[in-house]
Design a protein around this ligand. Structure first.
Ligand code: F6R
Length: 607
């Protein structure tokens, strides 16, 4: 989603801004732009599409100056064209904005009344217009921004540059994250530490409602009541090196292949190889006393939570309520006294999940988050955090973040069950042994890449695809369908295999491939029966099961993927990999933009 960079220093700003924007590309965007101050005059360069287009514009017509702001825009209000691209500007001020100004129509009408003329379809443009209005009324830049911030409703992060002010950059945050980087005689603004990592490791995050005034010597922070405050400067762990694709054609493939490694890295935070046991860090709440667990997340992270519901209810016997964050945040769910609420997010910044977290906090819940991006907003607002050690995930379609989330959740389920006394030592040992084997088994699954590439040729021709699973394989069916939808643009649905007869079976004919996820577990026979019901109606089944399962369905499936024989407990982690690879190869075959699929953003910071 939209990304912001800002620079004030000694070097030419434009190349640094463009480099910073490249590091934010992974968030997803459809236009980009920069503004600099050249001899006190605002210079603006913008382009529709990828950053390479912006680079061409900057090469053709340089934007000089040692101070500037830059932006990648993911369109919300107004189509992705050059006119709607940021920075938005008047002759006095240029602004980059991430988020949505909810009352923009009202503000726009007020400004038109006062004689200001908008030129774009965006909500963002009202911000430079409103600042200009206050400047025109005689206020200084800082006061004009302070008053403008009071007028804005909605979620935003802003970077603001003023004509004639060579040593002034202002940032503001409400709802959307913003970081300040500290250098020697240079200061930076960025949507996240990733954008700033090659420039500095010294980072301070704006708190909710904060705004900050930067000059070359430092930063002055103000809180939402305009009181001057101190914000801690920390050393970011984010690597400064540009993250490459290695030998792989796409980030997504590289990230799929990293899974044995990053699952192992994640596991090592919880698994003691000497005692072969799982333990959790010290929590500021007592797992034994938790009456009920609420899990909230979005998209792929939600499916990870759904798998965890099966694990936690089965082994720890704790009731789990789970919802997508965009629904949960507004439905005023009652939450039990002493309850624990668990939020799962790769980015730690997803607007809906963050809002749901704040709601749960207001209901007196203890807050636990599972996040991949260290220092993220969710981490900072939680009582406790468990990290996935997936490393930066650049491909928009989540892969390694998902399987590392499952790894953390599996460990958490074991620890909760142990704390509750609902599993005996034998069961605990079995589950721990199963989870410890996952990295090696994942490596085995990657050997099926070639088979999945061939199966993908068949699936790529389809208009609709069904994914079926039961129990903890049901969320994997939904995750498989989501992966296929988002990167190949083929319509796909994940269903609980037992639900087929209640409607979806009507869709089946020979043109609809059916991907069945069927590890050997207590549900296998039922899933096999449901599969046969589909085959009997002309369905072309692609069966993902272990040797025993594949043999059983040999006469019915048009293709199979032979998975390793594993404890059913960890099957969801392993069966995620073939559905990722299948979606990947279908997308490559179709020639879509695998790493940055159309319309999608990596970090969804608007609701
Ligand atoms: C799908 C995908 C999204 C994210 C969702 C939540 O491949 O990546 O569905 O899972 O936007 O994002 P996070 O986990 O950052 O909260």
């Amino acid at each position: 989603m939209c990304g912001i960079v800002g620079f004030i220093g000694k070097a030419e700003a434009a190349p640094l801004l463009v480099e910073g924007l490249k590091r934010l590309e992974y968030r997803g965007y459809d236009s980009a732009g920069i503004a600099t101050l050249s001899n006190g005059v605002l210079e603006r360069r913008r382009a529709e599409g990828k950053i390479v287009n912006l680079e061409k514009v900057v090469q053709a017509s340089a934007a000089n100056g040692t101070i500037g702001i830059g932006h990648t825009r993911w369109a919300t209000h107004g189509i992705p064209n050059e006119t709607n691209a940021h920075p938005h500007a008047t002759d006095k001020v240029a602004v980059v904005h991430n988020g949505i100004i909810e009352n923009f129509q009202e503000l726009r009408a007020e400004l038109i009344e006062k004689g200001y003329t908008p030129y774009s379809e965006t909500d963002s443009e009202v911000v430079p217009m409103m600042i200009t209005r206050y400047l025109d009324e005689g206020m200084g830049p800082i006061e004009a921004v302070r008053l403008t911030l009071k007028r804005l409703e909605g979620a935003f992060a802003l970077g603001i540059l003023f004509a004639g002010e060579e040593d002034l950059l202002i940032g503001a945050r409400r709802g959307s994250p913003l970081a300040v980087g500290f250098g020697a005689g240079e200061m930076y603004l960025g949507s996240d530490a990733m954008a700033l990592a090659p420039l500095t490791k010294q980072i301070a995050y704006l708190d909710e409602g904060d705004w900050v005034v930067l000059n070359r010597e430092g930063a002055t922070f103000y809180d939402q009541d305009d009181q001057q405050v101190e914000r801690e400067v920390t050393e970011t762990a984010m690597s400064g090196a540009l993250i490459g694709k290695g030998e792989h054609r796409h980030y997504m493939l590289k990230e799929i292949y990293e899974q044995p490694q990053v699952i192992g890295d994640t596991l090592s935070s919880f698994f003691n190889p000497t005692t072969q046991t799982i333990s959790m860090p010290d929590f500021p709440f007592d797992l034994k006393e938790i009456p009920r667990l609420t899990i909230v997340a979005c998209g792929t992270s939600f499916y990870a939570g759904l798998v965890a519901k099966y694990w936690i209810e089965q082994y720890a016997r704790v009731g789990v309520e789970i919802d997508v964050a965009s629904e949960f945040r507004y439905r005023e769910a009652p939450m039990p006294d002493g309850g624990l609420a668990l939020f799962i997010s790769q980015s730690g910044e997803t607007a809906d999940t963050l809002a749901a977290l704040r709601y749960a906090k207001s209901q007196g819940q203890s807050i636990l988050s599972i996040v991949n991006v260290p220092e993220s907003s969710m981490e900072r607002e939680s009582d406790a955090v468990l990290h996935t050690h997936a490393g930066p995930e650049i491909g928009v379609a989540s892969t390694k973040a998902f399987t590392t989330q499952l790894t953390v959740l599996a460990c958490f389920a074991i620890a909760l069950a142990k704390a509750k006394g609902t599993i005996d030592e034998e069961c605990e040992a079995r589950l721990c042994k199963a989870i410890a084997e996952v990295p090696a088994r994942c490596a085995d699954v990657l050997n099926h890449d070639g088979t999945l590439r061939e199966i993908a040729l068949k699936v790529a021709e389809a208009r609709d695809v069904l994914y079926l699973g039961r129990g903890a394989s049901f969320p994997i069916a939904m995750e498989g369908a989501l992966k296929l939808k988002e990167i190949s643009y083929i319509h796909a649905e994940g269903y609980a295999a037992g639900e087929m007869k209640h409607g979806p079976i009507a869709l089946i004919d020979e043109s609809v491939p059916i991907i069945v996820i069927a590890p050997t577990d207590s549900n296998f026979e039922k899933t096999a029966s449901n599969t046969q019901e589909s085959v009997a109606r002309g369905g072309r089944v692609i069966f993902m099961a272990d040797e025993h399962g594949v043999q059983k369905m040999a006469d019915h499936a048009v293709a199979s993927v032979v998975m390793p024989q594993v404890d059913p407990f960890v099957a969801p982690i392993l069966y995620s990999i073939p559905v990722q690879l299948l979606a990947y190869h279908v997308a490559v075959h179709k020639g879509t933009d695998v790493d940055q699929p159309r319309n999608l953003a990596k970090s969804v910071t608007v609701e």
